[in-house]
Write a protein that binds this ligand. Structure first.
Ligand code: AKG
Ligand code: FE2
Length: 419
């Protein structure tokens, strides 16, 4: 399945990022790799090279290969077609060896950088039957978080989550069809990108299937392809919109992916507290935040916009990838580049269908969402009102000490006089 790359015998330092774009990457490959031995999918190689050329600084953050003194004599996994479908994007890797984090790094720094690049370029990578610790129920939590950290580009992973169900880790959000095991009813309401309630929605998710059941696929759709095939007038309409989360965070609806620069949508279908606006800022205000502050915007019917998006998806069914979970799968996807949605079968009764458990770890993003008309921002009036409602709601009593402290700190920072 995997073949070793041959290293050259010169032993010189190899520059893999920074000022050296495509040409140097090609020279690198020709110099140290016998092309006929290279098991790397061309898509991924040129993806890495072109990513670098586009300035994907996130790819190499954390480990500086340009200062290394040893040869990258590591094996590159083969990127295979996804099973049961050919959506034209996304890949699978079988048999990737992951170390138990207690025995050292879960992946070598070189493989971590490569895998981060492969996910960003291909948007979705499924690791099937990894024979490292991920598949083992005892150690999979630590291994999953270590893998997420390794490919996180130095930005880290989400933590401080409520210990919901039995995930047993503050960086793991566990979803299930059994409320005693994890959160139920998650991701069913429509196509969505997660974390839109934050200024910097998470860059990637790692989903690990602890236990799958039949008929409980998760569907994925690439937002670049979806946006790019729309007629110019619809692209312009979508690009004029901003997405209000109802929690004081406001994002451009069409934005440029913070690492790859590809177009993407800040899509979250199925929430009633969200809304769309079209700011008037171009002529009257320097920023969209300013326009919102002065109430200079039109409200735009959210259902209409979401219907347009769903019609666009219905017109392009072939680009949807429907992942049929196998126990032990770890699916890594670029949360900002693709939207996803759970299927109703994910909530089948455990007594009839069996237990379904997916563990999710979120990799932090380098920045907020940006577009030609501005960057995600906080609408302070709405944020204050949201925080006040949250403080006085029963949800606060489900929070642990750390979360309560964080909420209190934020309340004070926006001038709310609570507790
Ligand atoms: O259960 C699933 O298939 C996906 C759930 C989901 O959307 C999520 O955890 O983000
Ligand atoms: Fe989700």
């Amino acid at each position: 399945m995997r073949r070793k790359l041959r290293a050259s015998s010169t032993g010189r330092c190899i520059h893999l990022h920074g000022i050296l774009p495509i040409m140097v990457s090609i020279v690198f490959v020709l110099k140290i790799v016998r092309l006929e031995d290279c098991a790397l999918h061309p898509n991924a190689f040129f993806g890495l090279a072109s990513s670098r050329a586009r300035g994907l600084s996130g790819l190499a953050t954390g480990t500086r290969l340009d200062t290394c003194t040893r040869q990258p004599s590591f094996s590159l996994p083969e990127l295979l077609h996804l099973p049961d479908s050919n959506p034209g994007w996304g890949h699978m890797i079988t048999g990737l060896e992951l170390q138990d984090p207690n025995q050292g790094e879960v992946l070598t720094p070189e493989l971590s950088i490569w895998l981060r690049g492969a996910v960003l370029e291909n948007r979705l990578v499924v690791l099937r039957n990894p024979n490292g610790g991920v598949a083992s129920p005892e150690t999979h939590a630590e291994t999953l978080v270590a893998l997420a950290t390794a490919i996180g580009g130095g930005y880290g992973v989400e933590d401080g989550l409520l210990l919901n169900g039995k995930s047993g880790h503050r960086s793991i959000f566990r979803v299930s069809n059994d409320p005693t095991q994890g959160a139920t009813g998650v991701g069913l309401n429509g196509w969505h990108v997660d974390g839109t309630h934050k200024l910097k929605p998470q860059l990637m998710h790692l989903f690990h299937c602890v236990a799958g059941i039949p008929g409980a696929d998760t569907w994925f759709i690439p937002l670049d392809e979806l946006y790019s095939v729309q007629v110019a007038s619809l692209q312009e309409r979508w690009s004029s919109l901003w997405f209000r989360t109802g929690r004081g965070i406001v994002h451009p609806f069409v934005h440029r992916h913070p690492v790859t620069n590809r177009p993407a949508l800040c899509l979250f279908i199925g929430s009633h507290i969200c809304s769309f606006i079209r700011p008037h800022h171009a002529s009257m205000h320097a920023t969209v935040a300013d326009a919102v502050k002065h109430g200079h915007y039109d409200n735009v019917d959210m259902d209409e916009v979401h219907t347009e998006v769903m019609e666009a998806i219905a017109a392009n069914p072939k680009i949807i990838y429907k992942h049929r979970w196998e126990d032990g799968d770890t699916l890594i996807h670029d949360n900002l580049a693709i939207a996803h949605m759970a299927q109703p079968g994910s909530q089948a009764r455990p007594e009839q269908a069996g237990l379904r458990i997916l563990d999710r770890v979120s990799v932090n993003s380098p920045g907020p969402l940006t577009s030609d008309s501005g960057t995600s921002f906080i609408d302070m009036v709405e944020r204050r009102s949201y925080l006040s409602r949250l403080w006085h709601s029963p949800i606060r009593h489900q929070m642990d000490a750390l979360q309560t402290k964080q909420l209190l700190t934020e309340c004070h920072s926006v001038g709310l006089d609570v507790a």
